[in-house]
Design a protein around this ligand. Structure first.
Ligand SMILES: [Zn+2]
Length: 309
C-alpha cells in the first residue's frame, strides 16, 4: 500500500514498475561499495596520512610530486583490491546481462568493484574513471583493468609508517632543500616512476578524473546517445545523493523522458537525501544497504543471486 504522502517504499509495487520497464538506467555512488568496506576520503577530515586527500587529487599535485600522488593511489588500489564486490554489484551485473541494450549503469565509483563483479564494460559508464585504468600524463595511451598490486615495485606501501609519507616539513629532504634549493624534494625521484611505453616521455598515472579535469568526453557522449535513443522508464539512484553535476542532471533528464525514480540509499547519508528530497508520490525510496536492497528489488528480472553474500 502506498503512503499518502511522499515516495513509495513498498517492494511489490516496485516489482510491478520494474517488470513493465523497457529501458532502465542506474546511477551509482559510494553507497554501493559501502557494504564492501570501502570508505571515502570525505570522512575523518578528508585526511590520508598527513595529507589532505583532495589536495592530492589534482594534476598540479601530480606535476609537483608524482611519487606522493602515486603512493596515495597505490594505497587506494591496494585497499580496493582487498575489498570484494558485494551483492549489489552482482545484482546490477545480472540486470545488465538480462537487458543488454536497455540498461546502462553510470557510476561515480573508481574502485573497480563493478568490473570485478563481471559488469559488462560496454554497459558501465565510468563518470570519474577507474583506479585500475592507467593513463599517460602526456599522450592518449590508456590501459584498462590493470590490477597489479603494487602497480610498480616502488609503489608498494608496507606499513602505516612509510617514511616517504611523512609531512614534508619534517623530512630530511625538506630540511636539506631549505639549505640547498637544488636538492630534489619529491617523494620518489620521478625518473624512477613508470613511464609511458608509447611516447616514452610521459609519466603513467591513475585513470581517474582529478579536480579541475573534464569528465571523460567519450563516456558522456555514449551516455547522451543512449538517453536520446528512446524514452526511459526507470532510473535507479544508488548510494549517491546525486546532487552534483552531471549526476543531478541525469536524474532530471531521465524524469523528463518519463522515468520514475527509485532512490536506494543509506538513511541520511551525509545528513541529506539529495535526489530523494525531490521524489514524487509515484517514485520510490528504499533506505538501507544497497547490497541487501538491490538483489531484493531486482528479483523479478534477475532471479535469486547464487553464491553471493
Ligand atoms: Zn604517453
Amino acid at each position: 500500500m502506498a503512503s499518502i504522502h511522499g515516495p513509495i517504499t513498498d517492494v511489490s509495487e516496485f516489482h510491478e514498475v520494474l517488470k513493465s520497464s523497457k529501458r532502465i538506467m542506474a546511477l551509482c555512488g559510494a553507497g554501493l561499495s559501502a557494504a564492501s568496506g570501502l570508505g571515502t576520503f570525505r570522512g575523518a577530515g578528508g585526511m590520508w596520512r598527513n595529507h589532505q586527500a583532495t589536495s592530492l587529487a589534482t594534476p598540479e599535485a601530480f606535476e609537483q610530486d608524482p611519487g606522493l600522488v602515486w603512493l596515495f593511489y597505490s594505497y587506494r588500489r591496494h585497499k580496493a583490491l582487498q575489498a570484494k564486490p558485494n551483492a549489489g554489484h552482482y545484482a546490477l551485473t545480472e540486470l545488465s546481462k538480462e537487458m543488454p541494450d536497455d540498461f546502462i549503469t553510470l557510476t561515480q565509483n573508481v574502485d573497480g568493484l563493478s568490473q570485478r563483479a563481471g559488469h559488462p564494460r560496454e554497459q558501465l559508464k565510468l563518470l570519474h574513471g577507474s583506479l585500475f585504468d592507467i593513463k599517460c600524463f602526456d599522450c592518449d595511451r590508456i590501459e584498462l583493468n590493470n590490477y597489479d598490486d603494487p602497480f610498480h615495485p616502488l609503489l608498494a606501501i608496507d606499513s602505516e609508517e612509510d617514511s616517504r609519507l611523512a609531512p614534508a616539513e619534517n623530512t630530511e629532504q625538506a630540511r636539506a632543500a631549505y639549505e640547498d634549493p637544488n636538492v630534489d624534494t619529491t617523494t620518489i625521484n620521478p625518473d624512477d616512476l613508470p613511464h609511458c611505453p608509447d611516447c616514452k616521455a610521459g609519466l603513467l598515472r591513475p585513470g581517474v578524473v582529478w579536480f579541475g579535469e573534464d569528465l571523460p568526453e567519450d563516456t558522456l557522449d555514449e551516455v547522451s546517445e543512449w538517453i536520446e535513443k528512446d524514452k526511459i522508464d526507470l532510473i535507479l539512484v544508488i548510494g549517491t545523493t546525486a546532487t552534483v553535476w552531471p549526476a543531478a542532471g541525469y536524474v532530471s533528464e531521465a524524469t523528463s523522458k518519463g522515468a520514475k525514480v527509485a532512490v536506494i540509499n543509506m538513511d541520511g547519508l551525509d545528513g541529506e537525501l539529495g535526489a530523494a528530497s525531490n521524489l514524487r508520490d509515484d517514485d520510490f525510496l528504499f533506505q538501507g544497504d544497497a547490497s541487501k536492497i538491490l538483489p531484493e528489488i531486482l528479483k523479478p528480472i534477475i532471479g535469486e543471486l547464487e553464491g553471493v553474500h
